[in-house]
Design a protein around this ligand. Sequence first.
Ligand code: ATP
Ligand code: PRP
Ligand code: MG
Length: 363
Amino acid sequence: MSQFSSAFTAASSVSLPPPSFYVSVSKRSFIYCCSSSQSRTTVVNGKFDGKIVDRDEIRFGLPSKGRMAGDTLDLLKDCQLSVKQVNPRQYVAQIPQLSNVEVWFQRPKDIVRKLLSGDLDLGIVGLDTVSEYGRGDEDLIFVHDALKYGDCRLSLAIPKYGIFENINSLKELAQMPRWTIDRPLRVATGFTYMGIADAILDLVSSGTTLRENNLKEIEGGVVLESQAVLVASRKALIQRKGALDITHEILERFEAHLRAADQFMVTANMRGSSAEEVAERVLSQPSLSGLQGPTVSPVLCKRDGKVAADYYAIVVCVPKKALYKSVQQLRAIGGSGVLISPLTYIFDEETPRWRELLSKLGL
Ligand SMILES: Nc1ncnc2c1ncn2[C@@H]1O[C@H](COP(=O)(O)OP(=O)(O)OP(=O)(O)O)[C@@H](O)[C@H]1O
Ligand SMILES: O=P(O)(O)OC[C@H]1O[C@H](OP(=O)(O)OP(=O)(O)O)[C@H](O)[C@@H]1O
Ligand SMILES: [Mg+2]
């Protein structure tokens, strides 16, 4: 990435000595220009720097269509924050659980633009969209940087055939002697017709689109790994009444849900002489350590007129991918009646991302 962006920077500055390769880039080039991330303090594209415009509601921008729209509504629903939209043509909606929030359905790039112009306070988009349309603006602040959907990468691709047949890395591409100031390497986005461009820079997820167009990715050609993020306007969080509280609630719900999504809750019965002795056996197994350790409770029954515990019930959280291994380990230490249930939320005392946000805001 750095090799590519420095080549681009050099190519964009005519007076510098000839770089190792020359690039002309279309639409997505902003991602490079902004990587140096200078701060802006003047009015640009409707963005203002002074005080925010007063209004009562907190505005939350969600993608109106495309790749991210459905998954975003699903995430909110899974966090008990269903969006109530009376009809699908409506661009403003409510989240009944968050009384002061107004949802604005927008195109992803417009969510970023409206965060900067002060029309929105919070939004969900892909990291690629923030990088491209946010232009490194310091007002944009990441609240949650990994919502675990919308996974894709912004990647450079070239044809599999012809002069590129044996080119497999950015370095090899850069060193092709044919690129000159008069005929630089031409990078386009959205164009796969190779009379127009030598290479393309586009989002790739499964790789199907590239394959269908006889294109290949190259080593070192990934510019950005992207997924959905929750982003906010710093000014809104600091100045708008209620914005920080709403953000805290949304973040807590997202974190609790996303943390739970890859875990199962496992319960089992185990014969033992004491809770400690049972815990000792459970903790001897690597897949059963749980979040903080096992919960061990006596299963009480009456024997010879006295209440006693021969069995103990244990509860642990295990990663979904370690499910079967956990069951085997439980059996190996005498577990029986193993029950597995999905987990919906894991609320910790405080989320690390909340502390990070407060510190980024200087609070
Ligand atoms: N193939 C993909 N798989 C997963 N996520 C993707 C994929 N392509 C894009 N995305 C993510 O979804 C976001 C929205 O993409 P989408 O194609 O829906 O809209 P767009 O390209 O921004 O708008 P439009 O296509 O209307 O110009 C992208 O910014 C990216 O974060
Ligand atoms: O690697 P793949 O899984 O094939 O996905 C990559 C494709 O997905 C995106 O386009 P999208 O389908 O969103 O269409 P668009 O051009 O209308 O945005 C992206 O621009 C690629 O064309
Ligand atoms: Mg698209």
